[in-house]
Design a binder for this molecule. Structure first.
Ligand code: AMP
Length: 186
């Protein structure tokens, strides 16, 4: 069975994440993971847990969502000897891109990926693990899965450090993709 943490381990990691009130705007409790990264034992513990969970899964690539998904995704990719693909905000990637739009509370946002990001894949279709630090409404991660689908890439699981359960984003993405959250906030 795929590895999950016990309650004591979850409490340990929770204790390393800082709540910042009213950032970036009033009413939002921002989950600041820099305090976890700043603690080498906690960061190492988290990455080792993800290594344990994913070392037996069948996939060639990890895709991380800008920007905190890069930190966890790239660290995990290096440890698991998988390739890493960044999914970025518009106009950041230098080569030809494909993009996907998604709705925000007010307005729309967009994510992009290089068109040839999976050209080294040996599997057909290429299989990827999607990583981000947090799932809130699920808009970003669901758009990332759609973006991957556009070029026939299969997302084998979407992995988050934190899941803000009350926003039900996990239910949205779970319609198409297995979801794993290390920690859940109710
Ligand atoms: P969503 O598309 O609503 O699921 O939002 C997810 C993205 O927004 C992730 O990339 C998170 O890093 C960021 N995010 C949303 N809410 C928070 C929060 N309360 N604390 C930290 N990051 C957040």
């Amino acid at each position: 069975m795929a590895a999950i943490l016990n309650n004591k381990e979850k409490e340990y990691l929770f204790g390393k994440i800082r709540d910042v009130y009213d950032f970036p705007k009033p009413g939002i409790i921002f989950k600041d993971i820099t305090t976890l990264l700043n603690d080498k034992d906690a960061f190492n513990f988290l990455i080792n847990h993800l290594v344990q969970r994913y070392e037996t899964f069948d996939f060639e690539f990890i895709t991380g969502i800008e920007s905190r998904g890069f930190i966890f995704g790239a660290a995990l990719a290096a440890k698991l000897n998988r390739a890493f693909v960044p999914i970025r905000k518009p106009k950041k990637l230098p080569y030809t891109t494909i993009s996907e739009k998604y709705s925000l509370e007010y307005g729309i946002d967009e994510i992009e990926m290089h068109i040839d990001a999976f050209s080294t894949a040996k599997q057909n279709p290429p299989k990827v693990l999607l990583v981000d630090d947090l799932i809130a409404t699920g808009g970003t991660a669901t758009a990332a899965v759609r973006l991957l689908r556009k070029i026939d890439v299969e997302c084998i699981e979407a992995c988050f450090l934190i899941n803000l359960k009350s926003l039900k984003g996990d239910l949205e993405i779970a319609k198409t993709t297995p979801v794993y959250s290390v920690l859940e906030v109710f």
